[in-house]
Design a protein. Structure first.
Length: 285
């Protein structure tokens, strides 16, 4: 599929903050990628155009039934001036897994990777160069069919937006304080915990706000059945170093299969370290 490119007429006019003022999720680049899906036609109208608002009918199904999935990955400036992506094919693979769970159309990996590279090259001046900074990439798919009534949508919009970022947490890259929730849960067996869908995040806000009010940065979630076994933190998977063993909870349908998690496991095993995926009770840590 051809990707149509319309360049912004105002390139260079958007305010670009200093690297030490970036924060996370506050700024976006000049362009975005979009393509549409129609039942019976498939994906079509792939395009890069100036960053702007989306127009949705008030009955667009994403607004009512949560058919939405997204991803998050980063591009980095290398010392030699090149721009690198970290395992983007794994994010595309995970997005298609989320799509299957949410009864949404899968995306074509080669097309999306080509679009992503073209978009980043077009907005390459936005990739920050300071240590600890990167260009955040947010691919998203939403159900756009204008209809009320619970069923899979017949129409979808897939888009990719970019933005320069620093550290995610207010503490920067310093250690964070983590609150353990022993009342509420993030996901249960048979649910959508392993899918990267917006409802998984909205449902955690109540406890996250409670944790913030007590001076904590993130919530550590326990299993839904016994409220005993560690699962994941609100924004990431988690590892523990217990004696000489590096441990992380096993994937079982309730934990998001993180790309960083997979990378750490592969590297540790390659280096011959003692690493395992097993249940970890909160008492153990």
């Amino acid at each position: 599929m051809e990707i149509r490119v319309t360049k912004s007429a105002t390139i260079g006019q958007k305010p670009r903050p200093q690297d030490d003022k970036l924060g996370f999720g506050k700024y976006t680049t000049d362009h975005m990628f979009l393509m549409d899906y129609t039942q019976g036609k498939g994906w079509h109208d792939a395009r890069i155009e100036p960053y702007g608002d989306l127009r949705l009918d008030p009955t667009a199904m994403v607004l009512h039934y949560n058919q939405e999935i997204f991803e998050g990955l980063k591009a980095y400036h290398l010392p030699d001036g090149a721009i690198a992506l970290f395992r983007p094919e794994k994010n595309i693979e995970r997005m298609n897994s989320s799509a299957r769970r949410m009864v949404m159309p899968e995306i074509e990996p080669d097309l999306v990777l080509r679009a992503l590279k073209e978009l980043i090259l077009l907005d390459r001046e936005w990739v920050p160069k300071s240590e600890g900074t990167s260009l955040y990439i947010r691919p998203t798919m939403i159900a756009t069919e204008p209809a009320l009534g619970i069923k899979p949508s017949d129409q979808y919009l897939f888009f990719i937006i970019l933005g320069p970022v620093g550290a995610y947490y207010p503490e920067g890259f310093s250690p964070t304080r983590i609150y353990v929730s022993d009342t509420y849960v993030r996901a249960a067996k048979g649910g959508v915990g392993e899918a990267k869908t917006s409802g998984n995040y909205g449902a955690t806000l109540y406890v996250s706000q409670e944790a913030t009010g007590k001076g904590y940065t993130q919530v550590l979630w326990l299993d839904a059945k016994e409220l005993k076994y560690v699962e994941e933190v609100g924004t990431s998977n988690i590892f523990f170093l217990i004696n000489d063993e590096l441990v992380t909870p096993p994937l079982g349908g309730t934990i998001l299969p993180g790309v960083t998690r997979d990378s750490v496991l592969q590297l540790c095993r390659h280096w011959g370290l003692n690493v395992s995926e097993r249940q970890i009770s909160i008492e153990e840590v």
